[in-house]
Design a protein around this ligand. Structure first.
Ligand SMILES: Nc1nc2c(ncn2[C@@H]2O[C@H](COP(=O)(O)OP(=O)(O)OP(=O)(O)O)[C@@H](O)[C@H]2O)c(=O)[nH]1
Ligand SMILES: [Mg+2]
Length: 547
């Protein structure tokens, strides 16, 4: 509301100090009686007391704000699917377990989606070659699947993949599992718009077409965080890492392919499947029973439950396994793999376990902030802010605004991915990309004083891959004829990343901490996280003393 200009006060003929209007206002009025003087002084004392009380309050609030201010800020960096969000889940399990457990139910939707997607990928892979013989795009697609699960060998496409093992039951599987394909669509819509009463009433699939990433302004110029569900089917042609870049293409074979659905965190995707959401039944809270979504006929669990025997049959079919082997599609090693646990996951009263949630895959877009109160040793509790960033190439421009204030970086490099290519650029080997990214981070002058911890991640998958006979030297020529066992390979990567840091760091004093991790393993990761916590706190104190 606009303030009106007040009329000038009457002039009582006294001299007023024009330079100090406040003292002028405080001057006693002319001809003041003793009684008037007393009440004026009393009013002034009361006003001072009130003003002092306000000052005290402000000081108290400021002290509190300082106390609550994040004292440690950590940035999680690394390429897409390196395990950053999984690492955050481990922090939550350790430091806010009640919140983590409360949210487990909400992850049901993501787990269902991951499972349904694996089924669709099998059906795609089983599609007889003859169906797409005239379509070069489909021919490539039949051979190629998401890079993260495609095992690439330098030897090229085997003869058997071209001929293709016949799967006599293919048509039957496709027909009986069709409801799951529709469910995939519905789950994506439900997660994208948890407030939508009738998710199926949304527009056609095209309305969820890929959204180019446009960081939205947020406070202090930082972008709004977003979460993505990956839908892209990428294609790639095998090539050794140090060799010629492979040809690549991306070939959508259905309207749902080649697109990613953006879920803005502001829409609160967890709401759709949380117990507080509308998916619950009106069951009485007094019965002591968890309110049952299984009594809601619209809940996706019913379709999954009905299709479970067919999913199971297809996954156990020897011809199917052979076909997947021919196509070098090792779903077991891909993100969000639940096919070995179909009956448990599709049970009507299924509640995700901690391990299920850790395995669930949702792609991050933008930067998501997490706050923890972390105590260590005699320290009563320090506020930590941990930023989980999107690691895909088109996300990385959002990292820089966070470089200025942070105290530590945890960098994740998934070393099991030495035979895989990036989803966003299939000419680029994943480990090669991690090394490049690592070099950029550790040579950055803005980050010279920042403590850096390196997680060489997915060591469980690395071990399984080496034991299955996949040779590192086929993909990294520089590995030469060294033994292809876990100890030698992990040592090689440790030295390679360590040497790169040593050569390019602008701060030769900086100590680098390297851990071999499998961040889906809660026990091992809990120990590593407490070590990292102490390292960061100590490093922080050291830096503060230097400043
Ligand atoms: N087996 C195994 N799986 C892992 C490990 N770390 C992460 N994963 C899985 O890999 C997938 C990708 O992990 P995320 O944590 O989502 O990767 P991210 O780095 O956050 O990826 P973006 O959000 O795309 O940047 C998830 O399904 C995880 O469960 C690991 O050490 N071992
Ligand atoms: Mg993530």
């Amino acid at each position: 509301m606009a303030r009106q200009k007040q009329p000038d006060p009457p002039d009582h003929g006294r001299r007023r100090s024009l330079s100090d209007p406040l003292s002028a206002a405080m001057l006693p009025p002319p001809n003041e009686s003793p009684h008037e003087r007393e009440s004026r002084l009393q009013a002034a004392t009361d006003a001072k007391r009130a003003s002092d009380a306000i000052d005290d309050m402000l000081r108290h609030e400021q002290r509190n704000r300082k106390k609550n201010r994040a004292e440690v800020q950590v940035l999680l960096l690394g390429q897409s699917e390196s395990g950053k969000s999984t690492c955050i889940k481990q922090f939550q399990l350790l430091h806010t377990p009640a919140a983590f457990h409360a949210e487990r139910i909400a992850w049901r939707a993501v787990i269902y989606l991951n499972l349904v997607r694996s089924v669709r990928r099998i059906l795609d892979a089983l599609q007889p070659e003859t169906e797409s013989i005239d379509d070069p795009a489909d021919e490539v697609d039949a051979y190629s699947l998401e890079p993260a699960s495609l095992i690439i060998s330098a030897t090229g496409r085997p003869e058997s993949a071209i001929l293709g093992t016949k799967v006599p039951n293919y048509e039957g599987y496709r027909a009986r599992l069709q409801p799951l394909i529709q469910l995939e669509d519905r789950l994506i819509r439900l997660l994208s718009s948890p407030d939508e009463d009738e998710p199926t009433h949304l527009g056609p699939w095209e309305s969820l077409a890929p959204q180019p990433y446009t960081p939205q302004p947020h406070q202090n110029g930082r972008p709004t965080p977003t979460i993505m569900i990956p839908q892209t089917v990428q294609t790639s042609v095998p090539s050794p890492m140090n060799g010629t870049p492979p040809a690549s293409t991306s070939s959508p074979t259905s309207s749902m392919r080649g697109s990613e659905v953006a879920i803005h965190t502001s829409t609160n995707w967890k709401k759709a499947f949380s117990l507080g959401g509308k998916a619950k039944s009106p069951k009485s809270a007094h019965s002591g029973e968890i309110e049952g979504w299984w009594e809601d006929p619209d809940d996706p669990v019913h379709i999954l439950h009905a299709c479970a025997p067919y999913m199971q049959e297809m996954w156990r079919d020897k011809n199917v396994r052979e076909r997947l082997r021919e196509k070098r599609l090792r779903l077991e090693e891909s993100s969000g793999f639940y096919l070995n646990e179909i009956p448990r996951i599709t049970a009507k009263k299924y509640i995700p376990t901690d391990a299920d949630v850790l395995k669930a895959r949702l792609k991050t877009m933008g930067v998501v902030e997490h706050t923890f109160l972390i105590s260590s040793g005699s320290n009563r509790g320090v506020h930590w802010k941990i930023y989980d960033v999107g690691g895909a190439r088109n996300q990385r421009q959002a990292w820089a605004p966070y470089f200025e204030d942070i105290n530590a970086i945890i960098f994740l490099a998934p070393i099991s991915a030495f035979d895989q290519v990036l989803a966003e650029d299939t000419r680029v080997n994943r480990v090669e990309d991690s090394l490049q990214l690592w070099q950029q981070v550790v040579s950055n002058k803005l980050l010279a004083k920042v403590n850096i911890v390196l997680f060489l991640n997915k060591c469980d998958l690395l071990q399984a891959k080496l034991e299955a006979g996949v040779r590192l030297s086929h993909h990294m020529i520089s590995y030469g004829d060294r033994p292809n066992d876990y100890d030698s390979v992990s040592k090689y990567f440790r030295n390679k990343f360590g040497a790169l840091h040593h050569n390019v760091t602008p701060n030769k004093e900086r100590e680098l901490y390297i851990h071999l991790t499998a961040v889906t393993d809660t026990r091992r990761t809990a120990t590593i996280i407490s070590n990292v916590r102490d390292i960061i706190i100590k490093g922080n104190l050291r830096t503060m003393k230097l400043v």
